[in-house]
Design a protein around this ligand. Structure first.
Ligand code: G
Ligand code: G
Ligand code: MN
Ligand code: NA
Length: 254
């Protein structure tokens, strides 16, 4: 079987595609601000596959929609569990750029929210603009559909796309995630530091939450807090963890 045919089968069983979950925290209070879902494939023969190994294949096939809804379904199971434990922490799912060309996505997401009895404000969609985005009208419509339901939109890997600023000017978002390549080089590179500072200021001016990604050291954390960055995510705080650990970990933070 090809990888794609195997993925098609994996979507029909319950134990192969699993979420790794990584909390983001408020830099001043330490409280969790969100949890990002990262897909892993526990392949019966090929070992644990990461998104880089198979998401591209899904994107280039007719499987992307079903794959994405599978991930959102799993994420909403977690969101429902977190809510049942009395915590108000949203869960973020990564979308492929191609998902934004699917006009059925908002209705499908609404249906999953209903099934899980999860309010839309507990779901965040992380989007990127790295693909050449031709059909702007469709993209705008899909994003407007999600946002008008109350689902939050985060612009992921900010600063690395071809047109991050133009995209931000056109697409209404709630959150910007500073790409980890800038966070990692903040101490050595005045350019990287300036981009991080600029993005935090942009967020403040536009009323967006800014999350710094890839924070690995206490020094990076301190620098980001000094700059007034709202939230951060990275190995310094938590590595992505299995879903059955997340409620206990979040409980200790709140
Ligand atoms: O956790 P990791 O290094 O494996 O993530 C690598 C990349 O895969 C990141 O860019 C992340 O946004 C993306 N990714 C993780 N999970 C998903 C998913 O469920 N769907 C899509 N489309 N991308 C994902
Ligand atoms: O593109 P996106 O931001 O969704 O990518 C998330 C990816 O970053 C995942 O693969 C995740 O495992 C990885 N990641 C999360 N925290 C860190 C970190 O502190 N350092 C590094 N190098 N990678 C991280
Ligand atoms: Mn992401
Ligand atoms: Na991403």
């Amino acid at each position: 079987l090809t990888l794609l045919a195997e993925l098609r089968e994996a979507l029909l069983v319950d134990d192969q595609l699993v979420l790794a979950l990584q909390p983001a925290v408020d830099l001043t209070t330490g409280a969790p601000t969100g949890v990002e879902a990262l897909i892993r494939w526990k392949h019966p023969r090929r070992g644990v596959l990461k998104p880089g190994d198979f998401v591209r294949a899904a994107e280039e096939s007719d499987l992307l929609g079903a794959f994405t809804l599978y991930v959102i379904d799993k994420a909403l199971q977690v969101a429902a569990d977190v809510a049942a434990h009395g915590m108000d922490v949203p869960i973020a799912v990564n979308l492929s750029a191609h998902n934004l060309l699917d006009q059925h996505l908002p209705n499908a997401v609404a249906e999953l929210l209903r099934q899980h009895n999860v309010t839309p404000d507990r779901l965040v969609m992380e989007i990127t603009e790295t693909v050449v985005m031709s059909e702007q009208d469709v993209i705008d419509e899909v994003l407007a559909g999600l946002r008008s339901m109350g689902v939050r939109i985060a612009l992921d890997d900010f600063g690395t796309g071809y047109s991050s600023l133009a995209f931000l000017a056109r697409v209404p978002v709630d959150e910007v995630k500073v790409d980890r390549s800038f966070v990692m080089r903040m101490a050595e590179s005045p350019q990287a530091a300036a981009i991080v500072r600029f993005t935090i200021g942009l967020g403040q001016e536009l009323g967006l939450r800014v999350v710094a990604e890839g924070v690995e050291t206490a020094a990076q954390r301190a620098a980001l807090e000094t700059l007034g960055c709202g939230a951060a995510q990275g190995y310094h705080f938590f590595k992505p963890m299995p879903a059955d650990k997340i409620v206990a970990v979040l409980s200790q933070l709140t």
